[in-house]
Write a protein that binds this ligand. Sequence first.
Ligand code: PA5
Length: 443
Amino acid sequence: MKTVTLDIAKTGIGIPADMKTKAQQANALLHSGEGEGNDFLGWVHLPSSISEADLGAIEAEAAKLRARADAVVCIGIGGSYLGAKAVLEALSDPFKLLHKEQTQPTVLFAGQNISEDYIHELLDALKEHSFAAIVISKSGTTTEPAIAFRLIKAELERRYGKQEAAQRIVAVTDKARGALKTLATQEGYPTFVIPDDVGGRFSVLTPVGLLPLAVAGVDIRALVAGAQEMERATDRSVPFEENPAAVYAAVRNLLYAGGKKIEILGSYEPKLQYINEWWKQLYGESEGKQGKGIFPASVTLTADLHSMGQYIQEGERTLFETIISVEKPAREVRIEADAENLDGLNFLAGKRVSEVNRMAELGVQLAHMDGGVPNIRIAIPEISARVIGGLLYFFEKACGISGYLLGVNPFNQPGVEAYKKNMFALLDKPGYEEASKAIKARL
Ligand code: PA5
């Protein structure tokens, strides 16, 4: 069973031979390491290079945290947050908090914002639980998670004492550099390394994603197995037409060249909402540079048909849509007949809810096409760890190919520094004295 099947028939695009060649060359560059950003290509063969020992070490550390805590706070931002969040949401029952029996520790997130209310409410909620923390930062110097970690570490030490707190904190960071690495060594925290050659937004299959997911009870072996299958399916030896990542990258670049500047990723399964968020970071940071790049946007359907639907149907014609279409729901619910039929819904009696959802999807696809919005369909057979693993790697591979087709280095993010400089200057960080004066004069 393939994890991803791509259908571009409803884009109205035929892929010319030269674009096929370019996409194949871009994929080959990712494998040969001769393209831009080649010091960050560790993710290309990451799935197949994860060893039994790697998985065992992650599972063992996860088991320790699970034994100690019923809530585990994952502290991180961007690529050190979104992958775990996306997979966890995709594979979790959204109503699990209402079930009396909690079989898995609750994984919570912090450090992805600087909201005082958020951190206060989190610390308050933790008072009622035995908790632990995983602090994740590749650079080890990112401000948002550093602030959250300082507060959570202090709370852990107050509650459990320094020694026990050190057993309840795991750090995931660079092997040598950064404040977090220094702190983890000093305090004796168990530590996992983020490989040098894997950038943040490509790091979901390192301990960055795998450790929190293992804590939450996700089958990380199945996740990795799905990614391994997709690594093979998108290898440079695979012919263009059979490589879904190459085809997706090619078609979105052709659409962009034809004036479609915005890609909306959507799904009719709300559990995939954070996959959209992870994807937006992946594509936005990888491609949005040098005045170029498709703007990645997202919708959750059918909810957003009642908000963004109007714009998509009739607004500016600079959009195209990519739908992650889930072929088989995990559960079955049928619509019942009602003797009075006051709501007029008896024409649906006996149908599964998913049949209605499918017809909504097909109806919307044709309506949007008719409205000038090309549609790419990414079909996945089900929402499972294996399939999500395949989907993540598919998007990563396509992103690398797509960035090279666009003519940018997909593996840097120089633009994210600008806000940090201003923020540090406004906060009077030592070393920013001149910048502080200059920026304050502008306020
Ligand atoms: O993709 C990236 O490199 C970034 O989005 C980072 O993941 C994000 O800025 C967090 O960085 P760090 O893990 O160093 O705290």
